[in-house]
Structures are given as structure tokens and as C-alpha cells.
Design a protein around this ligand. Structure first.
Ligand code: UZR
Ligand code: MG
Length: 256
């Protein structure tokens, strides 16, 4: 409900940190078309850094999805969504302010909470909030993470996962049917009506903002190795690396 939404906006000040100094993470944006392999690229980066199995409070690398920042739909919009008539690939479907505020909180070294997302009901899950603890590296993936200039400017590194559209469609169809509870007709209609045109209009043009373009996505082990090597160096130099700067935590009187 509404009270939960406020909770996310009120980001705790350095909650859970004992020292006076809070680290600002290295923030990586991962964009690309639907089913391009963004999540898998993020997962591989985390696995190769040997962090994936660690307890989440200890983890130095975390990945979050833009899906957590879909706007909540009205009853009328939900009815449309059930019929495949709502455009989830349009920038207006996202809560830009919440995305910006959350990423800023993360950059300030705050612990933040974000909702999960349920594709079957097209709704945010405020009952199961994901707690994002301060990390050394944060990966933020989604179709439109480079679309909003304010958000794009927050990233220290921008990756674009560039996978052929036929490959993406071939992956998207079974994923939507098996994991997201759709039928074939609805998936293909939605793809032709919304997904493909929105990719061409809003997502594909953001490729030019990327620092690194990863052809073939998660299959591209050489590209992932190079990126992991770079992140590894950042982790090793966390205190001296030029990107990281220390921020004084809020005085204890300001803490709740
Ligand atoms: P990825 N999406 C849904 O299908 N339902 C929702 O409730 C919310 C999002 C889809 C969205 C987009 N569009 O193509 C895709 N449609 O999730 C992005 N239609 O997710 O990057 O994992 O493919
Ligand atoms: Mg995804």
C-alpha cells in the first residue's frame, strides 16, 4: 500500500554501518533489448567475481533490476495489461523519480529497500521487499536504464548487451509462456504491437551511450572476462580508486 511506498522513499542514513565513513559504490548500468541476456550477464559477472554464493550482507557486488521500478498500475491499466494491451516497454511505464532517488541512495552508501516484481499479476510486490546493502559494485539492469538522462549520468560504466532480435524473440516466447503465464498468441501480439516498436524507438538508440557493447550477450565469455577483470581491479583498489570517495555519514542526531 501507500505506507510501503513512503518507506522506500525515506532512505535510511547509513543504516547498519558502524564506521563514520560510507563507501560510494561503483555503479554499472546494463541495458539491452528484451531477452538479450542482461540478467545472465549480470549473474555471470557476479559468479566470476566469486561473490554469488556469499551471504547478501557480505556481498561486494549486487545486481538489481529495473523491473522493481515499474509504476503501480491503476485497475483500468491492469485490465488492459491482462489482455496484452498495456505498453510495458514505454519509458512512461517506469517510475523515474523512484529509480533516481534509489540509485542516489545507493551511491551515498545507504541501505535501500526495493519491491520485487510479479509478471503474472503485473504488479510490484511490497510484501517481499529486497534489501540492498551497501556494496562495492552495483549492477543495474533493464531495457531502458540509459533512456533517462538523469539516471544515465549516475553510472560509472555503461554496458549494452547486443543480441540479434530473432534470437531475443526465440528466447522471449518460451520465457513468457513458461515463467510469466502467457499464451502464444498474446506473447506474439504484444511483441509486434509494443515490444519491437518500443525497442527500436527507445532502447536501441541508447546503445550509443554505452562504454562497452557486448555482442551475443552472455555467450560472449571474452567480453565478460574483460569486464570482470576490470571490476576485480576496482574491488582491489576500493580505497584508492579514483571513482570512490568517502562521504561523511549523517550525524547520529539525524539518524532515526
Ligand atoms: P526483460 N513485462 C511484462 O511482460 N509484463 C510486465 O508486467 C512487466 C514487464 C515485460 C516488458 C518488457 N514487456 O519487454 C520485458 N512487455 O518485460 C522486459 N510486453 O524484461 O528485460 O527481462 O526482457
Ligand atoms: Mg530480465
Amino acid at each position: 500500500g501507500d505506507s510501503n511506498k513512503e518507506d522506500i522513499l525515506r532512505l535510511p542514513n547509513g543504516d547498519g554501518l558502524t564506521g563514520d565513513e560510507v563507501k560510494s559504490p561503483f555503479l554499472i548500468g546494463v541495458a539491452g533489448g528484451t531477452a538479450s541476456g542482461k540478467s545472465t550477464v549480470c549473474k555471470k559477472i557476479m559468479e566470476q567475481l566469486g561473490q554469488a554464493e556469499m551471504d547478501h550482507t557480505q556481498r561486494q557486488v549486487v545486481a538489481i533490476s529495473q523491473d522493481s521500478f515499474y509504476r503501480e498500475l491503476t485497475a483500468a491499466e491492469k485490465a488492459k495489461a491482462q489482455k496484452g494491451l498495456f505498453n510495458f516497454d514505454h519509458p512512461d511505464a517506469f517510475n523515474e523519480e523512484l529509480m533516481f532517488d534509489t540509485l542516489q541512495g545507493i551511491l551515498k552508501g545507504h541501505k535501500v529497500k526495493i519491491p520485487g516484481y510479479d509478471y503474472r499479476t503485473n504488479s510490484l510486490d511490497f510484501e517481499n521487499m529486497l534489501v540492498i546493502y551497501p556494496a562495492d559494485v552495483v549492477l543495474f539492469e533493464g531495457i531502458l536504464v540509459f533512456y533517462f538522462p538523469k539516471i544515465r549520468d549516475l553510472f560509472h560504466m555503461k554496458l549494452f548487451v547486443d543480441t540479434d532480435s530473432d534470437t531475443r524473440l526465440a528466447r522471449r516466447v518460451p520465457r513468457d509462456i513458461n515463467e510469466r503465464g502467457r499464451d502464444l498468441d498474446a506473447v506474439l501480439t504484444q511483441y509486434m504491437t509494443f515490444v519491437k516498436p518500443a525497442f527500436e524507438e527507445f532502447c536501441s538508440p541508447t546503445k550509443k551511450f554505452a562504454d562497452v557493447i557486448i555482442p551475443r550477450g552472455a555467450d560472449n565469455t571474452v567480453a565478460i572476462d574483460l569486464i570482470v577483470h576490470h571490476i576485480g581491479e576496482i574491488l582491489a583498489n576500493t580505497n584508492s580508486a579514483q571513482h570512490s570517495h568517502t562521504i561523511r555519514a549523517a550525524p547520529s542526531s539525524m539518524k532515526r
